[in-house]
Design a binder for this molecule. Structure first.
Ligand code: NAD
Length: 291
């Protein structure tokens, strides 16, 4: 039976450290880190994610300003709000909860955010910075996954890493971070030939696919470390209600892997903790605080 990597406990420890840092920034530097969270429309999952982020801010003493806009908001109206927030010196981080309604071009909105305030790390210049190893704001989910891997394995240099999924928000930045740690990185995706064989080469296997229980136990090299990024809602016949599962068949995979993140309680809490981490880092950067 493999070790269960407790992302919630790690996230709680990271947040406790950040909360102490926020206290000293307020006391010693008169700096109050602040994030603006923008939600457009009424998507229930988005509202839940925003609620969880705002709650974490409150726990850490980070100011949050919520902007909940109507589903009919135009792209121009949203861009005007971004412009206002970019120019507000009291706002250090800007997060636009995705997806946005179809009349709005999500890429245009993200790329309108000042890259130094882009705490999600999705701006094209932050993606470019990551690709060339000049990290500015790093996407939260891959950053949190890397922290868990380093905590578990220490030095990652020379390890074979396979990332299944090539999205701009998870797969590609995850691969870039692992490459920076001198892993030998393979990015697998929907067109990869013989995916099970590719996965079996991995010392580190990251699943970011969005298909429940997709990665099977016999795709995993014995002793490998498995990071399950997937968050999928399935109907559980036994429970008679929906529950969250990952992209990995956890129960079977846990018999083979050396260590594995559960869903829920693995990568999910790390994503929010890293959003807090980025917000504090952004506030310090903007105030010229280097330590
Ligand atoms: P996405 O849909 O943008 O990308 C999915 C990727 O999986 C694509 O690159 C695609 O090539 C690949 N893929 C699809 N079918 C495949 C197949 N049959 N074989 C191999 N590869 C295949 O998704 P995303 O935004 O990267 O998210 C992936 C998963 O991670 C989702 O379940 C999402 O909910 C979850 N997620 C979790 C967090 C978190 O905080 N834990 C954050 C973001 C996303």
């Amino acid at each position: 039976m493999s070790k269960r990597i407790d992302g919630k406990a790690f996230a709680d420890r990271l947040c406790a450290t950040l909360a102490e840092e926020v206290v000293s920034l307020k006391q010693d530097k008169q700096l109050s880190p602040c994030i603006a969270v923008v939600l457009v429309g009424e998507d229930p999952a988005s509202a839940t994610y925003v609620g969880a982020k705002v709650k974490r801010c409150e726990q850490l003493g980070i100011d949050s300003r919520s902007h909940h806009l109507d589903v009919s908001t135009s792209e121009e109206e949203l861009l005007n709000l971004i412009d206002e927030l970019n120019n507000d010196p009291e706002v250090h981080g800007i997060l636009v909860q995705l997806p946005v309604p179809k009349q709005i071009n999500g890429d245009a909105v993200i790329n309108a955010i000042n890259p130094d305030k882009d705490v999600d790390g999705f701006h094209i210049s932050n993606a470019g910075a990551l690709a060339v190893g000049q990290n500015n704001m790093v996407p939260c989910t891959p950053l949190g996954s890397l922290m868990l891997l380093q905590d578990e394995l220490g030095d990652l240099s020379g390890l074979n890493a396979v990332v299944v999924g090539r999205s701009n928000i998870v797969g590609k930045p995850m691969a870039a971070l692992l490459l920076q740690q001198s892993c030998t990185v393979t990015i697998a995706h929907s067109r990869t030939k013989d995916l099970p064989a590719v996965c079996r080469e991995a010392d580190i296997l990251v699943a970011a696919v969005g298909i429940p229980h997709f990665v099977q136990a016999d795709w995993i090299k014995p002793g490998a470390t498995v990071i399950d990024v997937g968050i999928n809602r399935i109907f559980d016949e036994e429970l008679g209600k929906n529950r969250l599962v990952g992209d990995v068949d956890y129960t079977a995979a846990a018999e083979v892997a050396g260590a594995i993140t559960p869903v829920p309680g693995g990568v999910g809490p790390m994503t929010i903790a890293c959003l807090m981490y980025n917000t504090v880092a952004a506030a310090k950067n903007q105030a010229g605080i280097t330590s």
